[in-house]
Write a protein of this length. Structure first.
Length: 97
């Protein structure tokens, strides 16, 4: 039974920390879900109504309202791009140590 390799524990931390942050921020993004509705005069136009939780009934009184899944996907893409970049930067810095 030898001593644990310090570099291995740093390497796993460099992956798990951004992964957990990505999961937490993805869950938090569900609280700020973008909502939109189709413009009544032109079906090609969309009106952004604001942000509310996915499970919310905030915009129920507005006719034709639905969740803006494209904007939500963009939000998640930004979150995960930052988390992956952080994981890569942290793993490269632990390799140099």
């Amino acid at each position: 039974m030898g001593q644990p390799n310090v570099n291995e524990s740093k390497g796993s931390w460099a992956i798990w920390c951004p992964l957990c942050a990505g999961i937490i921020f993805s869950l938090l993004a569900c609280v700020w879900m973008p909502w939109e509705r189709i413009h009544p005069n032109d079906p090609n136009l969309r009106e952004s109504l604001g942000y509310a939780p996915i499970w919310s009934h905030t915009f129920d009184a507005v006719m034709g309202v639905h969740k803006d899944w494209a904007s939500f996907g963009i939000n998640l893409a930004v979150i995960w791009t930052i988390c992956i970049a952080a994981a890569l930067m942290l793993s490269m810095s632990t390799r140099r140590d």
